[in-house]
Design a binder for this molecule. Structure first.
Ligand code: IVH
Length: 541
């Protein structure tokens, strides 16, 4: 929905309504920020997130006196997690402005020439590099020795991931070769290859652990582990492409700098190219867009940087992005496949989410077999039916989506999808409140799906975090009536003692030792921090 349309809609709002909506939006956006930045597990698409921000901005523009102290606009960039040590970057980590068309590239060159007072057709050489879709880092080396590595964080302060980066085999902690600078911040991106992402998810699924939505989230989730031994078990890779602070060495061009980084022992990307005009840039862009599905890792565009470093310095920055560089984004990767089934998943809050089960298809290197259909309105709007050939899309964010239907390919006997008015799990009434897109099962904890999802949430990492009691165990114990509510968890040991014949130790995969370990872990969680406790209750909003 456009901001214009929103502000038009807002004119009919009373102040009280606007105030309520702003409060609701502040909360909702903060939750999504938390899910994205601190848990590497976004729950909505970038487009849905942008729509929330736009709605908030339109309301704030119309009711400036209602802007909240915790407005999403007063928080900048990502939230710095409380768990890692903080590291202040010596030079800020900037972001890039985006280009989408050849006109944007023309304008990029024109702006540079204007700023440098160059004649209209003076060539400006740029160095093009793939834009790696991963997680950026900054590594400080003093006299050739690694001091620390930090995530980007909010651009000024990041999180200390030194020990995690050290687990990546090809990442040097001592610079090799000559011309070693006295101090240098080396910048790059950690990523996970498509093959490694698929194997990791297979292993996670087998162990009933969290499945990652895409390679970027898998890389981020693997790097931001408080326990480096977990990072060590994850197949991470990296490329370096730039510098922050630099003392005691002066590269003349971006290209020289990158080859110096390689000389010092770092992995650099090979698919770079020098270009001097828009048509050369566009040829490189087309070439890379074709190559993209065969690379084996995700890139979401190209980055063009003025090659001459002296010119880079003259050009400087505009607020938070350099004038000398721009990101040229690729479109989301699409593929067509058969929609074999629509299934309804019931979540912890009873939300009924339709999921498309697809004939597995390769989308830009990653096999996709499921995609979200969001909600009832989305299915109706796109008229998506079982048996349809659908276009699915995988952007750098969240879960693959069904974009549209290929009507030409629709078989004769398809039927419109009827959204259930009963919960597919407990058969309770499914209700859609007016003005909401979500349909919910009304049975609360009487619905086994909600009860078991609630229990999974209760024991999850940020809640009670009970070792040995994961998603899989909770599901089994729930089905066998051993744990039906959180209280049962804390009565488990007593139950076992009183009924030795049905001790958990007799169950498949359990023994006396592992059961004792579980009881110890539960006992250790009889007292927890208040914030964890409140979170564990999973109160909506
Ligand atoms: S240059 C001042 N080069 O893209 C220049 N960034 O949107 C800033 N990225 O935070 C970065 N590949 O995480 C640069 N070859 C590349 C890149 C790259 C990926 C990421 C990086 C940055 C983001 C900017």
């Amino acid at each position: 929905m456009s901001a214009q349309r929103m502000s038009h809609d807002n004119t009919s709002l009373t102040e009280i309504e606007a105030k309520q909506q702003l409060e609701q939006l502040a909360l909702e956006i903060a939750q999504h920020d938390q899910a994205y930045y601190n848990h590497d597990d976004p729950t909505i698409s970038d487009a849905q997130y942008d729509a929330l921000r736009k709605k908030n901005d339109a309301l704030e523009a119309q009711f400036p006196h209602l802007v909240r102290p915790d407005s999403p606009n007063k928080r900048v960039g990502s939230v710095v997690s409380e768990q890692f040590d903080k590291i202040e970057h010596k030079a800020p980590m900037l972001s890039l402005s985006n280009a989408f068309s050849s006109e944007d590239i023309d304008e990029f060159f024109a702006r540079i020439r204007r700023f440098l007072s160059l004649a209209e057709n003076t060539p400006v050489e740029i160095y093009g590099e793939p834009k790696i879709d991963g997680l950026s880092f900054s590594a400080l080396f003093e006299n050739g020795k690694l001091v620390h590595v930090a995530t980007r964080g909010n651009g000024q302060v990041g999180e200390d991931i030194t020990n995690n980066m050290k687990t990546i085999e090809s990442f040097p902690d001592v610079l090799e070769g000559d011309d070693i600078p006295s101090a240098i911040e080396i910048r790059g991106e950690v990523y996970m290859s498509h093959d490694d992402f698929i194997s990791l998810n297979q292993a996670q699924e087998a162990a009933n652990k969290k499945i990652f939505a895409n390679p970027r989230n898998a890389a981020a989730g693997s790097l931001r582990q408080l326990d480096p031994s977990i990072t060590a078990s994850r197949p991470l890779k990296y490329f370096v492409y730039g510098i922050g602070l630099l003392e005691g060495y002066e590269p003349s061009t971006q290209q020289n700098m990158v080859s110096m980084l390689k000389h010092w022992g770092f992995d650099t990307n090979e698919h770079t190219r020098r270009c001097s005009a828009t048509d050369e840039v566009m040829a490189y862009y087309d070439y890379m867009n074709d190559l993209r599905p065969t690379l084996g890792y995700d890139i979401d565009g190209l980055v063009y940087k003025v090659n001459d470093i002296a010119l880079q310095q003259r050009l400087g920055n505009v607020t938070r992005s350099p004038r000398w560089a721009i990101a040229h984004k690729f479109p989301a990767q699409k593929a067509k496949t058969l929609l074999e089934e629509i299934n309804i998943q019931v979540g912890r809050t009873g939300a009924l989410t339709p999921v498309a089960y697809l004939k597995p298809v390769n989308v830009g290197g990653v096999m996709v077999s499921r995609a979200t259909l969001h909600n009832q309105d989305e299915i109706a709007r796109k008229d998506i039916r079982v048996g349809d050939t659908v276009v699915i899309q995988r952007a750098g964010d969240v879960i693959p989506q069904v974009v549209s239907v290929d009507i030409q390919k629709r078989p004769k006997d398809t039927k419109e999808f009827i959204f259930p008015d009963h919960c597919p799990v407990c058969n309770g009434h499914a209700i859609r409140t007016e003005g909401e897109a979500v349909t919910r099962c009304s049975n609360g904890l009487m619905c086994s799906a909600q009860a078991v999802e609630g229990l999974k949430h209760f024991v999850s990492k940020d809640a009670f975090d009970i070792e040995g009691l994961g998603q899989k165990q909770v599901e089994e114990f729930y089905n066998d009536h051993i744990i039906r509510t959180p209280i049962d968890i804390f009565k488990l040991e007593e139950r076992d003692r009183q009924n030795p014949l049905i001790s958990i130790a007799h169950r498949d995969g359990w023994g006396v030792k592992s059961v004792q370990k579980l009881f110890d872990a539960i006992r250790a969680r009889k007292e927890i921090e208040l914030d964890r406790f409140i979170y564990s209750l999973g109160i909506r909003f």
